[in-house]
Design a protein around this ligand. Structure first.
Ligand code: PLP
Length: 334
């Protein structure tokens, strides 16, 4: 089996740290580690860059000059796409849902600084017809003489999956070098591509650990189906990888119950957890993805789902720019 061509932009490998001060503060009965995929680069921070490295490889090989993608106003994926496009001399076109804000903030501020063209669509249009919107934008750009590569939401499709297959290889080698046997790995699930990559990577590189995803929107059943869809697309496009990508619904362990009121809406316990990790370890989680997943993981440890004495590793998938538009949540910090 071979990995497709990729462009190296991320700072890899990312480090693994032990969270001893946090564990002591919280009085947890486990050893806790964190893999710093938030440190894949200042503007490239987070999990999306690993997927985009492969997408860029494909784009450059096939002569695309514009990257088109979509997301919410604070989409980390849109920001990373905007960054890599400019970095490689390409253009980017973002389809964002909602209304243009009166002033740019967080990820959206960076999108604008990196020079992305932005089109706003209503939530309804976005949810009901993103394929149609992509098609319209592709044709419009073609008329302008551009060759547009469409990247689905979160880059959670067959090609993007390679980012976290490769990350699993990196993780396995690091754990071997550190001589650590991790029992559980946790990651947040937003569009499913990261967990899909881990599950295939786990089989490819025989990483003997239990992998849990914590969903930050929708529910367990939704993501089990979504991941199965990504897997079947992956198997169709990359038949050489079939041996390692047989995944059934039961293999997809998603812990539900930490979405709160909805996607992008933080809650009190989560904000509290973000503050504790920041003051004990100087690590910042984001309010949309990693805050919810990290809070969920700690809650599962406290409730005993994870047995005492285990070694647990959290994948920090980035998202720091999302904290700035949510500053009102942190009013009590003076
Ligand atoms: C910071 C961050 N963490 C986690 C995720 C979830 O990853 P995935 O979309 O691959 O499930 C995303 C994107 O959705 C993200 O931006």
């Amino acid at each position: 089996m071979e990995f497709p061509r990729k462009i190296n932009i991320a700072f890899l490998p990312t480090q693994i740290e032990r969270l001893d001060r946090f564990v002591k503060y919280m009085d947890l009965p486990v050893d806790l580690y964190i893999k710093r995929d938030d440190e894949t680069g200042l503007y490239a921070t987070g999990n999306k860059i690993r997927k985009l490295e492969y997408i860029l490889g494909y784009a450059l090989e096939h002569g695309y000059d514009t990257l088109v993608t979509c997301g919410g106003i604070q989409s980390n994926h849109a920001r990373t796409t905007s960054y890599v496009a400019t970095k490689m001399g390409l253009e980017s076109y973002l389809i964002l849902k909602g209304d243009a804000p009166s002033f740019p903030d967080g990820n959206y501020l960076l999108d604008k600084l990196f020079g992305s063209r932005v089109e706003w669509v209503t939530e309804k249009e976005y949810e009901e017809n993103i394929e149609g919107i992509f098609d319209r934008v592709r044709k419009k750009l073609e008329k302008e003489g551009r060759k547009a590569l469409i990247i689905p939401e979160g880059a959670s499709y067959a090609l993007g999956v390679f980012g976290y297959i490769e990350a699993t290889k990196e993780l396995k080698e690091q754990l071997q070098n550190m001589n650590i046997k991790v029992n559980y790995v946790f990651s947040s699930v937003g569009s499913g591509g990261t967990l899909t990559g881990f599950l295939i990577g786990q089989r490819t590189f025989s990483l003997d650990t239990k992998m849990y995803g914590i969903n930050v929107c929708d529910d367990k059943g939704f993501f089990q189906n979504k991941i199965l869809d990504i897997v079947s697309q992956f198997r169709e496009f990359y038949p050489d990888w079939r041996k390692w990508s047989y995944i059934s619904k039961e293999d997809i362990d998603i812990i539900d119950g930490y979405v709160g009121e909805g996607y992008g809406i933080p809650y009190k316990e989560e904000i509290e957890m973000i503050k504790i990790l920041a003051k004990t370890e100087a690590i910042i989680l984001d309010p949309t993805y990693t805050g919810k997943a990290f809070y969920g993981m700690i809650n599962e440890i406290k409730e005993g789902t994870i047995e005492a004495g285990s070694k647990v590793l959290f994948i920090h998938t980035g998202g720091i720019y999302g904290i700035f538009p949510q500053k009102a949540q942190f009013m009590d910090l003076r």
